[in-house]
Design a protein around this ligand. Structure first.
Ligand code: GCO
Length: 416
């Protein structure tokens, strides 16, 4: 049984539009960079795409009923920018959540940029930041009477690195360090949106505690550089108003916009990262964490890394650190419905979160990635992260043991 979390602590689950909705040409949705990327041969496992995914666009009432059965307080989903000309689906979704007593927590950008904007340079083009602010204001006008907390962006570091530096995600650019302007334009987009959205605003960063591979000075130096790119490049600007390195494209006033006060910071945590020095195109390389179990995806399982991350953020940013929500934590499992490894993973990470809370971190919530097995980007449908399994041939949902475990934990919490 989990330790008791404080009254008002929010427990939820997370998903994202391109990974679960399908219906990529329904009701005026325009193509996104992920439609282009996934339909380009060789970019995804087995040529998998989000064309159908979990067909959540049509099956959302059944999926929201699963949330009620699970007993979560809130549901983090994303709004597809490519659907900006017709937001009716999100109107129905938000009303459906509220009718079920579940708080909506929409992410405005979970990597599915309209292709038309990518054709004009995408996040390399400062204009995209302004287009995002207009989109955010449009969504705010439509849903702001019922949505009172927003996440602007999901994991800008992953989007910059995989989408623009390494080419492993959409839009598939391989700019390496020339991708840095993307960081600034994403953060500018966040700041501009934070100034227009009605209600509370968050940014969700993917963060990882970085450990040097050895005591060698070169490994320590490489770890510090990696920490700068992965964590500080997206945390320092929004909390301190500064970059940890030279970032091109910054104009007068930009940093004040980026530092527009956030009501909370979202943290996606999966694992720590062990870094060694390298002499290739980048001065660092990842090395395995010795002795750590791994998930079906090969990611190390290090729950204490979450405690270290949260207490480290508190030490680093002190008064500049707003309240924190864990907006993603979860694991891939190939065990089918008897997903004991996922129960063990979530139990251990929730306990680490509780320890951090007890030790003074202002932690307000924890969202499990994910409700459903879904499209895991370039890995397609092989990796299964769902509390609920999905048979993609039939769209039948099957509750895993982890679903029942979390449901029972939340029931116990409510009945206390
Ligand atoms: C991410 C994204 C999710 C992933 C999940 C598992 O963190 O990469 O937010 O879309 O699917 O994290 O990789």
């Amino acid at each position: 049984m989990l330790p008791p979390f404080p009254e008002g602590f929010v427990v939820g689950v997370s998903t994202s539009a391109y990974q679960i909705e399908g219906a990529t040409t329904d009701d005026g949705r325009e193509p996104s960079i992920w439609d282009t990327f996934a339909h380009t041969r060789g970019n995804t496992r087995n040529g998998d795409t989000g064309d159908i995914a979990c067909d959540h666009y049509h099956r959302w009432p059944e999926d929201l009923d699963l949330l009620v059965e699970l007993g979560v307080d809130a549901y983090r989903f994303s709004i597809a920018w490519p659907r900006q000309s017709n937001l009716d689906f999100y109107d129905r979704l938000v009303d459906g959540l509220l009718a079920r007593g579940i708080t909506p927590l929409p992410t405005l950008y979970h990597w599915d940029l309209p292709q038309a904007l990518e054709d004009r340079g995408g996040w390399l083009n400062r204009e995209t930041s302004e287009r995002f602010a207009q989109y955010a204001a449009n969504v705010g006008r439509r849903l702001g009477d019922r949505v009172h907390r927003w996440i602007t962006l999901n994991e800008p570091v992953v989007h910059m690195a995989e989408g623009y530096a390494f080419g492993t995600h959409a839009p598939g650019r391989t700019l390496m360090l020339d991708a840095l302007p993307v960081a600034h334009h994403l953060l500018l987009a966040h700041g501009l949106a934070a100034q227009t959205l009605p209600g509370e605003v968050m940014l969700t960063n993917n963060c990882t505690p970085v450990m040097p591979a050895s005591d060698d000075e070169a490994d320590h130096a490489a770890a510090a550089i990696y920490d700068g790119f992965h964590n500080r490049l997206f945390n320092d600007p929004v909390m301190l108003g500064t970059y940890p390195m030279d970032v091109p494209g910054v104009r007068d006033g930009d940093m004040d916009i980026i530092r527009t006060p956030m009501h909370a910071l979202g943290i996606n945590y999966y694992n720590p990262t062990r870094i060694a020095a390298a002499d290739g195109p980048l001065p660092f390389r990842m090395v395995p964490i010795e002795g750590a179990e791994t998930t079906a995806f090969g990611w190390p399982v290090v729950p204490e890394g979450l405690y270290d991350l949260l207490t480290g953020l508190k030490r680093t940013y002190a008064e500049a650190l707003p309240p924190i929500y864990i907006t993603e934590n979860g694991c891939s499992s190939d065990e089918g419905t008897a997903d004991k490894s996922r129960i063990d993973y979530l139990d251990a990470h929730l306990r680490a979160a509780h320890r951090a809370l007890t030790d003074g971190v202002d932690l307000r919530g924890f969202f499990v990635w994910s409700l459903l097995d879904n499209f895991e980007w370039s890995d397609g449908y092989r990796q299964r992260f769902g509390l609920v399994g999905v048979d993609f041939a039939t769209q039948v949902r099957t509750r895993n043991d982890s679903f029942r475990w979390l449901r029972d934990e939340l029931t116990r919490r409510r009945d206390h």
